[in-house]
Ligand binder design. Structure first.
Ligand SMILES: NC(=O)c1ccc[n+]([C@@H]2O[C@H](COP(=O)([O-])OP(=O)(O)OC[C@H]3O[C@@H](n4cnc5c(N)ncnc54)[C@H](OP(=O)(O)O)[C@@H]3O)[C@@H](O)[C@H]2O)c1
Length: 236
């Protein structure tokens, strides 16, 4: 079993906000060394606790590769960045369409491609990506088409990474949230969804982070290529 000399190191893209912040907090609680990356947002309270922060726009392949180099040896790559926009398909712009792919799907490829050789060398790695709760159902989603299709791509790419890295002790899994109170939707928007959720409540950042904590743990060493849906039953 791989036993690092120091605490394991997690690079968390988007770890200053929302679900990523919850995962960064949980990793620090669990004794991980944490590096947070993002374009602007910072979490000073986590930096006070020892988290490092690196500036990077991971939609850019050169910046993504440089981030992996600057972060040093990483045991886990957690890609939380994944903006959302809602627009009717026939009103979508070329720019809006592209931005959903460049910010949700492309970073997973750029970052994983750069991180896998180091993980392979050390014989250990954890890759966690983020999709959305109904992505496995391949539904028609005319108001969030670009985002939804990009998230389906994240699922398929993550499974492909799972297959590619499995023999080196690297696992790649996806977390698919339903409605999590992460600050990206207004309370009114979240409230309107409750009637559609079997659990009859919105999920918390801590509940999404708990799924990540499991996938990062030694207990999950044989869990590879799976999709953990954290939705209170929404989307089933
Ligand atoms: N919250 C939900 O209910 C929900 C539901 C379904 C799926 N998800 C998925 O779960 C993940 C986390 O969601 P969330 O609501 O916590 O997200 P969020 O609050 O929007 O946070 C996204 C984080 O990613 C960073 N980021 C965005 N684009 C980036 C880029 N190009 N390069 C580097 N950093 C970037 C942002 O920081 P900067 O702006 O400073 O870069 C921010 O810290 C996302 O993939 C989302 O699509 C969430």
């Amino acid at each position: 079993m791989y036993a690092p000399a120091m605490a394991r190191h997690a690079l968390i893209i988007g770890g200053a906000r929302g679900i990523g912040y919850g995962i960064a907090t949980r990793c620090l609680d669990d004794g991980w060394r944490v590096t947070i990356a993002g374009r602007r947002s910072r979490a000073e309270d986590l930096e006070v606790r020892g988290a490092a922060w690196l500036q990077a726009d991971v939609s850019d392949p050169t910046a993504a590769a440089k981030l992996i180099e600057d972060a040093g040896e990483i045991d886990a790559l957690v890609v939380c960045s994944g903006p959302y926009h809602r627009v009717p398909l026939l009103k979508e712009t070329a720019e809006g369409w592209r931005s959903m792919f460049t910010n949700n799907l492309d970073p997973v490829f750029f970052l994983a491609q750069a991180a896998l050789p180091g993980m392979k060398e050390r014989g250990f790695g954890r890759i966690i990506t983020f999709s959305m709760a109904n992505a496995e159902r391949l539904q028609a989603n005319p108001f969030v088409a670009a985002h939804y299709i990009a998230k389906v791509g994240v699922l398929v790419l993550t499974r492909t990474l799972a297959k590619a890295g499995g023999k080196w002790g690297v696992t790649a899994n996806t977390i698919s949230p339903g409605f999590i109170d992460s600050g990206s939707a207004t309370p009114a928007e979240l409230e309107s969804m409750i009637k559609h959720i079997p659990a009859k409540r919105i999920g918390t950042v801590d509940e999404a982070a708990a799924a990540a904590a499991f996938l990062l743990s030694d207990d999950a060493g044989y869990v590879n290529g799976t999709n953990v849906v954290v939705s209170g039953g929404w989307g089933i």
